[in-house]
Design a protein around this ligand. Sequence first.
Ligand SMILES: Nc1nc2c(ncn2[C@@H]2O[C@H](COP(=O)(O)OP(=O)(O)OP(=O)(O)O)[C@@H](O)[C@H]2O)c(=O)[nH]1
Ligand SMILES: [Mg+2]
Length: 295
Amino acid sequence: MAFKSGVAAVLGKTNVGKSTFINAVLGRKLVIVSDRPQTTRNRIRCVHTTAEAQVVFVDTPGLHRPLNELSARIVREAHRALAGVDVLVYVVEPWGQVDPYDAEVLPRLAKLPCPKVLLVNKIDRARGNSLPETLLAYDELGMFDDLVPVSCTKGRGVSEALQVIADKLPEGEPLFPEGELTDRPLEFLAAELIREKIYQLTYQEIPYSVAVVVEHIAEREDKPLVEVHARVYVARDSQKGIVIGSGGGKLKEIGQRAREDLEAMLGRQVFLDLKVKVRAQWTESAAEVARFTGP
Ligand SMILES: Nc1nc2c(ncn2[C@@H]2O[C@H](COP(=O)(O)OP(=O)(O)OP(=O)(O)O)[C@@H](O)[C@H]2O)c(=O)[nH]1
Ligand SMILES: [Mg+2]
């Protein structure tokens, strides 16, 4: 059989488990995940290669009604992922009906000239008939070629979903060289890991007011150690105090957890230099948002 390759854009409302699905397929943590909405801010290509096919998944920011310049940009980012896509993968939750926001978004996506796969995720949380009802409701929209129930945290249905998606790709050469997992540089992945810890350890508006920039990653010559120099930007002075915490405790915990993940990612001991800076109202300024969320 000829080799297949292509791009599968993974879209859906915020917090439905798009990034969790991609990590489950890759069998490793590449993109960040949290229980807060609007975790992913960029389009991130994540490559899965087997002897038969290469699927380039595009993780996208969750769709939602934008509230400020930052969230408007991340919704635009998601829609940009649709250019040149070979398969649309749309992710929903199993609550028994078509989500009202999906009902608004899907008619536009139905027009895309590519196969469409619906993943009903979080089936471990479905109760009563809510899974069959969800499948029926989305099937009635008439736009999905396949509907696949999955639980990405439990690993259920993930390999079936991957097979369904890979089967729909066109024949062609790999788009990425073997061994390449993503189009994003190490600095980006490292900054994301740090941002994930802030999402996990802070509350209310703090996660949405934070940007992380890794300025420098350097291998030490005298010992097997990697230095990661990162800056956490917040939008107000008061937020700086919250991220640092009393006696520096919060920042220390963020740094410790991030360092453990960075060490797993880099396979090396890591020294993490993490500083917090204020960039007043950055989430309201298009130029600053572009600077901090990157291409
Ligand atoms: N119970 C359950 N929770 C899940 C499952 N898949 C993902 N989650 C949880 O759902 C939350 C959101 O997961 P993400 O992967 O960050 O969701 P996302 O769609 O990428 O979110 P955004 O990037 O904000 O759009 C996390 O707390 C996950 O652990 C699942 O199969 N079952
Ligand atoms: Mg995500």
